[in-house]
Design a protein around this ligand. Structure first.
Ligand SMILES: [Zn+2]
Ligand SMILES: [Zn+2]
Length: 969
């Protein structure tokens, strides 16, 4: 048993295998092996190259790799193309931070050309790091043949799409109220304001008291959390359907919702009640009505709206239609003036008097102070709420008016919904989320006022004509100076800004708009740009649509959406047949991982401490519907499972080697072997279909059950005593063959999930007989349905339950399993149980260590330890017969000798000379069992009544004492 206890060290095995795969060019051989066969088109969602890879990326990468390895073993040709997402705000913000920049002015001063270069360098650095990390994870891709979203090829493909949109009449420049990052100086779009686009922040809630026009000492209490919007206020909103009350506090009266009375400080008296609807048109005094910016507002009066809630604040809200999307919508409906006070950098524009040039956030306390001084504040208090933040730089977003470019989506919406319905979404609710998103999607804001990104080739002429360029060739044709196009180093700012075109309508020279594109355009075009849509339609047809894409569930409104949008626009179909969306990685307590909390586990650290196989098994056994609680404690649990695999396979190797085993084709099996083969064939069937259905976690659970219970715990226990080296028998040959083939199949089923340890174990032994030089070059094991015997599997389940109950009964009767019993009685009238006992009688005799098994319908007379099982009771006689005690003694002696052998470091194959001595009566008894003892303890010779040898021990049992001495024979 030289290897049975060798410790499983994942990290050292993985490093060894990584080296070996390179040396033996295993991946290259796999590609060659499947070349020209049936295709499986997997499309990789590009990873943003702005950070080292995180353990959350590793989840998706593992799911991708498992599927590609599984399909490779099934013999499919694949593309193995990894993608890097390289443009956009996330990259820019990282570079700005590295360069110590804080605003767009800093970038412009530095020079856009140098900034673009810095962005490219940063991307290259992180792409390299991510590549190394992915390789460490065991991900097989054609590294170095990646696609890059910043490539000219990708950019031109998007130009083509945008021109299509323009030809369809969908492209427009619109003034809209936009979520805006004042630091980045650009808008965000709805899909970017996803879950991570909000943070729980504490702001100051302001309770304004605004005087009713024409009344003395009568005020409306108004609630707001954004004081900077007060100077842009053009109305107040009351809810028509709630009750408002007038209260008296000292010599002032206030109006507020009845339900909001708790907000009042100090005693009050309710003196009047009114419905909200009665307030329509009531005018109030606006503190900043005299600002030049308020010039257009004829009067400040109450409007009615459900936006005013009784549960929040005072039930009265102030409306600034230029500062928020809901206010804007309400303003349109009520024909209110919308004034938007902020410039692109988040400071107040002209028309706001002393506020001009102040940053909105900084202006908040000053505005409160000003209002207090002028008697407009009832109270202020800290207020915690979820507030939108910039998804990249975390600055608080504001809302402001600006021009951006949009793709109108009303025409395409029904087509996208239809196409999405044909996709197989996994888990199913992801498809529902997509439908909801499509139902509610607003026009796509595709422009960003930034630098490092897709240059939008829109040329707006003074004459009113808009020219949209769809390719580099077209740009050259329409350029004022075509040679400049030839000389472009790349299709990026600032170089592309130099190209001017001639307006086809009026012949005037026109410049490109300065905006770059939303980065989701970059990733969305991938099913076209990377699949040679423009260069090689035959190739594109062979690989489009993708069979499968796998990304985080949050990609529903990002990548899954932008790809769908573009594919439906260009080809009228979804770009993928199946989509798997998984949830988030949390820490092991279920908390989000955050640098500030100190609970982040970095990929490199995890790979070095737990090992990639452990991580992969953790990822694949997780139900993707739920967040994964990742950490070292769950890793320990996974380690235990893989350690059992490691030890089980080593056990098989040890006994196969000790018996000089060679694989042979076996066709006849007894019940136990037939059963484990049937279980293995069933397992193949279920793992295959579960993987096909993207049920990774069900597949891994089935494998775990097989490994932990059926194979290592049950089957190996049944056959354990039959594979001892020494005597040859045909039954032993059968068992060894079964052990070998089941182990090999198990490793193959596990190979896509845990590619390192499976290949290590394969190469360590099985490769001696198998032709393939890596397990990853073997075929996926297909199930042989003829070998599946469900009835036998059911009988075995019953049998194992009987054995379990028998153990419990023995324990109750204080009879160790090593000691034989005369009879096991099963009380049951169930025919399945009766059948199982009959069919698997030998296994019961062995596993229960009983001389006989009897099934009866009624409990017999006698003193029994009894235990219930699913189909009845199991009885064990409490008394032990003398002859049974004799055998028990021999069993104890065998166990003791074996344990001494192990302690002395003897190998399984090594024979010993054993000497034993006790009282005369016991010596006589021992002599009767010499043959059995010799076989069980691997003794060549046994001497009784005499002691010799350098290894020694003593057995004390049942008032008897036996001295043991032995040596290597
Ligand atoms: Zn920002
Ligand atoms: Zn023109």
């Amino acid at each position: 048993m030289n290897n049975e206890n060798t410790t499983y060290n994942p990290v050292s095995i993985e490093k060894q295998m990584l080296k070996l795969w390179v040396e033996k060019k295993i991946f290259e051989k796999l590609i060659k092996k499947n070349k020209g066969k049936k295709k499986f088109s997997f499309l990789d969602g590009p990873i943003t190259a702005n950070n080292p890879m995180g353990v959350h990326h590793a989840w998706g990468r593992t799911l991708k790799d498992v599927m590609q390895r599984f399909k490779a073993m099934q013999g499919f040709e694949q593309r193995y193309q990894n993608g890097f997402d390289e443009q956009g705000l996330h990259v820019e913000v990282g570079v700005e931070k590295a360069l110590g920049f804080n605003s767009k002015q800093d970038i412009e001063k530095f020079g856009i050309d140098k900034f673009t270069k810095a962005c490219k360098e940063s991307v290259a650095k992180f792409a390299k790091k991510q590549t190394e990390q992915s390789i460490r994870l065991g991900q097989w891709m054609k590294w170095g043949e990646d696609y890059h979203t910043s490539s000219d090829q990708n950019i031109e493909a998007i130009w083509y799409f945008l021109k299509k949109c323009h030809e369809n009449g969908w492209l427009y420049k619109g003034k809209n109220i936009l979520p805006w990052c004042p630091r980045c100086g650009t808008s965000s779009s709805k899909h970017e304001m996803s879950d991570e686009g909000y943070e729980l922040l504490t702001h100051t809630a302001l309770f304004l008291k605004l005087p009713l026009k024409g009344k003395k000492n009568e005020f409306i209490l108004v609630f707001t959390t954004t004081p900077w919007t007060v100077p842009a206020d053009t109305a107040l909103a009351f809810n028509p359907d709630i009750t408002y009350v007038k209260v008296k506090q000292s010599d002032e009266c206030y109006w507020l919702a009845e339900q909001a009375l708790k907000e009042l400080s100090g005693p009050y008296e309710v003196i009047e009640k009114k419905q909200g609807r009665e307030f329509e048109g009531v005018e109030y005094e606006m503190p900043y009505a005299s600002l030049p910016a308020q010039k257009e507002v004829k009067k400040h009066a109450v409007v009615l709206s459900e936006l005013a809630l009784a549960e929040e604040g005072t039930g009265v809200i102030h409306i600034a239609p230029g500062c928020g999307p809901e206010d804007f919508e309400l303003g349109k409906e009520k024909k209110l003036v919308a004034i938007s006070p902020l410039k692109r950098d988040g400071t107040f524009m002209e028309g706001y008097d002393w506020l001009v040039g102040k940053y909105a956030k900084d202006a908040n306390p000053e505005i409160i102070e000003d209002l207090k001084k002028r008697g407009f504040v009832y109270k202020t208090e800290p207020y915690q709420h979820r507030y939108p933040i910039c998804w990249r730089c975390k600055e608080e977003l504001v809302f402001r008016f600006d021009y951006e470019w949009f793709i109108s989506c009303d025409k395409i919406r029904p087509k996208m919904k239809q196409a999405a319905e044909k996709v197989k979404w996994h888990p199913e609710h992801v498809g529902k989320l997509m439908q909801d998103w499509l139902t509610n999607m607003e026009d796509w804001n595709i422009s960003r006022k930034r630098y490092w990104g897709l240059p939008l080739t829109f040329y707006e002429c003074e004459c009113g004509h808009l020219e949209v360029i769809g390719s580099r060739k077209e740009l050259r044709q329409k350029a004022v100076d075509p040679k400049k196009v030839d000389k472009l180093p790349e299709l990026h700012r600032p170089w592309i800004d130099e190209i001017k075109i001639k307006c086809p309508k009026c012949k005037k020279t026109v410049e490109r708009i300065k905006e770059v594109g939303d980065c989701w355009l970059d990733a969305g075009i991938v099913p076209f740009s990377t699949l040679k849509y423009f260069e090689d339609k035959k190739y594109w047809r062979a690989w489009f649509p993708a069979e499968l894409v796998i990304e985080m569930r949050a990609q529903v409104r990002l990548w899954f959406y932008s790809m769908l949008f573009m594919a439906v626009t260009l080809e009228g179909v979804a770009p993928y047949k199946s989509v798997l969306g998984y949830e988030e990685v949390r820490d092991e307590k279920g908390e989000p991982m955050h640098k500030s909390r100190g609970n982040v586990i970095w990929f490199d650290e995890a790979a070095e401490k737990m090992g990639a196989d452990i991580m992969r098994w953790m990822y694949t056994r997780q139900d993707p519907r739920f967040n994964l609680n990742f950490g070292y404690t769950p890793a320990k649990e996974v380690y235990k499972v893989l350690n059992i695999l490691f030890n089980t396979i080593n056990y098989v190797k040890t006994y196969c080697e000790a018996n000089s085993f060679k694989p042979k084709k076996i066709t006849k099996f007894d019940a136990a072997n037939k059963w484990i083969i049937s279980r293995m064939e069933s397992l193949k069937q279920s793992v295959t279909s579960n993987l096909e259905n993207l049920e990774y976690n069900t597949a891994t659970r089935e494998i775990e059950n097989f490994l932990l219970y059926d194979f290592s715990r049950w089957y190996i226990h049944i056959i354990r005593s039959d594979v001892k080296p020494g005597e040859e028998s045909s039954s032993k040959q059968i068992i060894l063959n079964v052990l070998y083939s089941v182990s090999l199949d198990l490793l193959k089923l596990l190979a896509p999930f845990i590619p390192f340890v499976t290949d290590y174990l394969y190469q360590d032994y099985f490769q001696t007989f198998e032709k393939k030089e890596s397990i990853h070059l073997t075929e996926w094991p297909a199930a042989n349905k003829k070998l599946i015997d469900k009835k036998l599997e059911e009988s075995m389940t019953i049998t194992s339950k009987i054995v379990e109950s028998c153990q419990a009964a023995r324990q109750a009767a204080k009879i160790k399993l090593r000691w034989p019993i005369k009879q096991l009685i099963i009380v049951s009238d169930n025919t399945k149980a009766q059948g199982a006992v009959k069919e698997l009688n030998n296994i019961l005799l062995k596993m229960c260590n009983t001389k006989s098994v009897k099934v009866v319908k009624q409990k017999p007379e006698g003193e029994f330890a009894e235990v219930d099982f699913d189909f009845g009771k199991v009885l064990v006689d409490k008394k032990i017969e003398a002859s049974m005690m004799e055998e028990a003694l021999i069993r104890e002696l065998i166990r003791e000798t074996q344990s001494l052998r192990k302690k002395s470091g003897l190998q399984v194959k090594e024979k010993i000379t054993l000497t034993l001595n006790s009282d005369d009566q016991t010596n006589k008894l021992l002599s009767k069992y010499i043959k059995l003892l010799a076989k069980e303890v691997g003794a060549k010779k046994i001497l009784v009544g005499k002691l010799q040898g350098k290894h020694e021990g003593i057995l004390e049992f049942n008032n008897k004492k036996i001295s043991i001495k032995f040596d290597r024979a």
